[in-house]
Design a protein around this ligand. Sequence first.
Ligand code: ADE
Length: 219
Amino acid sequence: MRIDILTLFPQMFNSLNFSVLKKAQDNKILNINLINIRDFSKDIHKKCDDYPYGGGAGMVMMAQPIYDAFKSINSTNCKVIFASPRGKVFTQQMAKELAKEEHLIFLCGHYEGVDERAIELLCAEEVSIGDYVLTGGELPAMVMIDSIARNIKGVICEQSLKEESFSNGLLEYPQYTRPEIFEGKKVPEILLSGHHKNIELWRQEQSKKITKKNRPDLY
Ligand code: ADE
């Protein structure tokens, strides 16, 4: 999958170059390309924002640098996502669907907002990562990219995807590793039994219990 990111702060995306996402890029499963919107400003001071028409607090990102940055991308089959608290809320299901795309473009807003015409011209779909407001779209874009990338075939082991939270509508069961006793706390006996059927049943029970307690809306 190719991912282009339109942002005023490309350095923020350095954190995509670690762990699973780094490996996916090294293995050529994922190709992440950063585009600095400021490079497309026609202003001598490279200004990319201005006061809002109609008044109000803060600055608005101008349409021109965003549109020109977008046009510099050569693609016929791409989906554009605008990270915005105004968008529909991102879910695991969306991550799975978007993982099937060939080319995604993320537009990251900053300051008070983005000129509406840029959003319209890019035919961008507005997506939020939750009901809270962040200072910009960079962190939300990284959250979505991480979640989408791990659903692309070959990025992580398929069994892990099957067993994790949300995969069967429930949250994940508790996990343990060595040592058997830590600070006086013992690993549940059933997990040491080697009885696969009983272990599966115990895990299902635990998943239900955790979902009921933490997310009754999912149960
Ligand atoms: N930009 C600012 N807040 C956001 C949010 N909650 N989701 C997506 N983009 C955002």
